[in-house]
Design a protein around this ligand. Structure first.
Ligand code: MLT
Length: 323
């Protein structure tokens, strides 16, 4: 009798698992964005979600769960059921840097399944218009001459804008006063209003404000100029050679999500990345699509591990204190 029950139980579990993948998705899916609405993560997630629903045949919603440099939102997503209905949106900050700064209570590699690498962009050094500097060299001189550290807006400790600030401090010896926000969307509002001095921002978040002359853009942290911002020099050209940083984003689901479901979510993300209208929207923001051979779940997993190895030593050496 017991054998029958056990067999039935195993079959149910197996069938249930297979059925779950077979008819996935059968209801709406949520992408958890760990930063505030209106910022670069939120903007990218919403553009992709809109197109992913076409492939998946169910609505794809975006939920902003903010705080602690994005680590709260990532925790929420990875603690959801491993059924493919909750996706963790993140990037170099949330899925690499946070692991070197916070006692997360979860492991960014073993507690997540990679789904797809998303577009990337360089960072850009931007300031409020009131600062009397026209070039990166003049901005660095102004920052060095300032009696008190300049206010640098970030999306919280461990966010991409914070890591870029740490990297800038390392490269120049300049001390910054970080002002944390729930995302660089809100931080940008204060930069335009002149409430803070600088942001080491994702190009996609700053590009329209720079184009509208609402803030000043000094240099992009890349070896070549951005096609969408050809008049902004690279850090190499602007006198800070080697100050390169690319902020890439990605999608993950909780560990234990069936492979067939991961594959369906990856296919929807890849369809979005290769959709001409989506590409145009994202490229106009200065974002570059990942190469075709980097669009698999495994490619994101390998990339994340390599970025952990690359960035953790600098971040740990910065000895960031988080309360
Ligand atoms: C970051 O600085 O990590 C992001 O740009 C924050 C955001 O997407 O709002």
């Amino acid at each position: 009798m017991r054998r029958v029950v056990l067999t039935a139980l195993l079959a149910m579990l197996a069938f249930g698992g297979v059925a779950r993948a077979d008819n996935f998705p059968s209801r709406s899916i949520t992408i958890v964005v760990p930063f505030a609405a209106g910022g670069p993560s939120d903007v990218m997630a919403r553009i992709l979600a809109e197109r992913m629903k076409t492939t998946l045949g169910e609505s794809v919603l975006v939920e902003n769960v903010t705080g602690a440099g994005g680590s709260i939102g990532v925790g929420r997503a990875l603690r959801s059921p491993p059924d493919g209905y909750t996706i963790s949106f993140g990037h170099l900050g949330t899925h690499v840097a946070n692991g070197a700064i916070y006692k997360l209570g979860y492991d960014l590699v073993t507690d997540l399944e990679p789904v797809a690498l998303l577009p990337s962009n360089p960072m850009i050094v931007v300031s409020k218009n009131a600062i009397p500097a026209k070039t990166l060299g003049e901005l660095i001189a102004w920052l060095k001459a300032k009696p008190a550290p300049a206010a640098a807006g970030t999306a919280g400790a461990g966010s991409g804008s914070h890591i870029a600030g740490l990297y800038f401090e390392n490269a120049t010896g300049i001390k910054l006063q970080y002002v944390p926000y729930r995302g660089t969307g809100p931080a940008m509002n204060d930069l335009v209003a002149g409430q803070i001095d600088v942001i080491f921002d994702q190009l996609s978040n700053s590009i329209n404000q720079v184009r509208a002359d609402k803030i000043r853009g000094y240099a992009v942290t890349d070896t070549k100029r951005a096609g969408s911002a050809p008049d902004i020099p690279t850090t190499d050209e602007a006198g800070l050679p080697g100050f390169h940083m690319t902020l890439w984003s990605g999608l993950w689901v909780p560990k234990g999500t069936p492979k067939e479901i991961v594959a369906k979510l990856n296919a929807a993300a890849v369809d979005a990345l290769n959709d001409p209208a989506v590409r145009k929207q994202l490229e106009n923001l200065g974002l570059a699509m990942p190469p075709k051979d980097k669009q698999s779940p495994a490619a994101l997993g390998d990339w994340q591990k390599a970025e952990i190895a690359k960035w953790w030593p600098m971040i740990k050496a910065a000895n960031v204190k988080v309360d």
